[in-house]
Design a binder for this molecule. Structure first.
Ligand SMILES: [Zn+2]
Length: 496
């Protein structure tokens, strides 16, 4: 047998000012674009990613594997048409040369310059050249599911964790079902539905309610063999198109029956709990004052409005400024994205004093917010190449590249500055620069949930800080135009 295995991943924030060209699709290796051919397996084999599970399954089956392309970019603004077309062409060309199955590792929330639904468009184009090809698709929990995706896939599974630590398992689930179909043991049929429900990402995680019971229902049905696969998707709310919402996707053996019943039950339970998916915002000054009153650290301050893992610039300084204004000390701040400041700090040299503007170099016109740098003085404590291997449970084994990175010690507050963006989901982000996170009283992370993968086990307290940015949880800031309406909670009386 011959399998085509490919990856195309981007979570697009419609309100992000940052472009996403082809060169961005080198998440762990800087701005060098996607991987092609044999380089794909070199980087991803043995890692906690769906694509790595596909390699494992192919090996078990003794199948030949063709890897036309694999790339993932940090969340940001719409993907360039050129980048999307490069992925589509590479995958369609490989499929056209003949194969027994296609195994895809996609995100599910890609918006391009021309298409609201980057994955649906990819799958439509593949179907046009391969009408009967069995296609397995593993998707992120933040997928905004579309008819085009469902109708052109044979099997779909999604991550059931957030932070996403079951990436490999998600690939195994999709791949195993597809292999059974290839052998004629089953006939996968997908049942799905999507709710007009704009959740808050801080209330989505399946590890806690209200989502826990919904996801547990899906997990139990799949584990008991009542359906082939069952997945629930929280959706990515910082996008402006008609597919945004919570969805359920159940793969049954044959038409209707248990799969359809389960899909309905999942959607009904999520909808009944819709009010619990709304996050109660607290002014950041209040959150930071509360953090200041706590005694034992590490206390993780989660600055979720400027999280690059949801499309944030990672250079908004307002929360850091407030933390300094309130006089918190023994603070380490995860990377602020500012290549120019890194260059200045490297020019100044390790150990030397410098005064410079950090962050705030990017305007956010969609939410009417101007970038505001923070002028800081301190000494350059460390300079690194920004490279480390992930040891925590999320994307375990991947090599991370922050680009050149420097740490400014402002006297009680250590601020990391890096050339590349990265959500801090692994302790290596601090440790590679000589900062031991367990020894600091306060850790500021520009993250929302993924920090929990590695930081929750070491945290004595976690305090959410609602700083400004394009992934704010204040939906009144965003000029939504293309969502389906009515949608809850923007329209409180919305019906299913
Ligand atoms: Zn996600």
């Amino acid at each position: 047998m011959k399998f085509v295995v490919a990856m195309m991943k981007h979570e697009t924030n419609s309100f992000s000012p940052l472009p996403t060209p082809l060169s961005s699709f080198g998440r762990t290796g800087g701005h060098d674009g996607p991987l092609y051919g044999s380089h794909v397996a070199e980087v991803y084999e043995g890692t906690n990613n769906p694509i790595a599970a596909y390699f494992d399954l192919a090996r078990e089956e003794g199948a030949e594997v063709v890897t036309p392309v694999a790339g993932e970019a940090w969340p940001g603004g719409p993907v360039s048409d050129d980048a999307h077309e490069t992925f589509v062409q590479a995958i369609c060309d490989a499929v056209t040369q003949g194969c027994d199955a296609l195994l895809l590792d996609l995100h599910g929330a890609m918006v391009t310059e021309s298409f609201d639904d980057g994955e649906g468009e990819l799958l439509k184009r593949i179907r046009a050249v391969a009408p009967d090809l069995p296609i397995a698709v593993a998707l992120d929990f933040h997928t905004n599911m579309s008819a085009a995706t469902v109708e052109n896939a044979t099997v779909i599974t999604g991550y059931r964790t957030y932070p996403h630590i079951d990436m490999h398992e998600t690939g195994l689930r999709a791949g195993r079902t597809l292999l059974r179909a290839l052998k004629g043991e089953i006939m996968p049929v997908i049942q799905w539905g999507s709710l007009p429900l704009l959740t808050h990402m801080l209330c989505q995680t399946p590890s806690r309610q209200p989502m826990k019971d919904v996801m547990d229902m899906a997990i139990a049905a799949e584990a008991q063999g009542r359906v082939l696969n069952a997945s629930v998707f929280g959706g990515f709310p910082l996008a402006d198109h008609p597919h945004v919402g919570v969805s359920a996707v159940v793969v049954g053996n044959g038409e209707g029956g248990p799969a359809n019943d389960l899909k309905e039950a999942l959607l009904e339970l999520a909808w009944d709990r819709r009010a619990d998916f709304v996050y109660a915002l607290e002014p950041m000054e209040v959150s930071i004052a509360r953090a200041k009153s706590l005694d034992d650290g590490p206390i993780v301050l989660v600055e979720h409005g400027d999280n690059c893992g949801a499309g944030g610039n990672q250079d908004v300084m307002a929360a850091i400024e407030e933390i300094m204004r309130q006089g918190l000390t023994d603070v380490a701040v995860s990377p602020v994205w500012d290549p120019a400041a890194v260059a200045q700090m490297i020019d100044a040299g390790k150990g030397n004093e410098i005064t410079l503007d950090i962050g705030g170099k990017t305007d956010m016109p969609a939410i009417n917010l101007k970038g505001q740098p923070l002028t800081l003085s301190g000494h350059v404590q460390e300079i690194t190449d920004g490279r480390f291997a992930v040891t925590g449970p999320m994307m375990t084994g991947m090599q991370i590249n922050l680009g050149r990175t420097a740490v400014l010690d402002c006297g009680g507050v250590e601020i990391m500055v890096s050339e590349e963006r990265m959500e801090p989901f692994d302790l290596g982000v601090f440790r590679h620069a000589g900062i031991e996170p367990t020894e600091r009283k306060y850790l500021v992370v520009k993250s929302r949930q993924h920090f929990r993968a590695a930081f929750e086990p070491i945290a004595k307290h976690i305090v959410e800080v609602a700083g400004p940015g394009v992934c704010s949880s204040d939906y009144d800031l965003f000029p939504f135009e293309k969502l389906r309406r009515p949608i809850y909670p923007l329209d409180p009386d919305a019906a299913r």
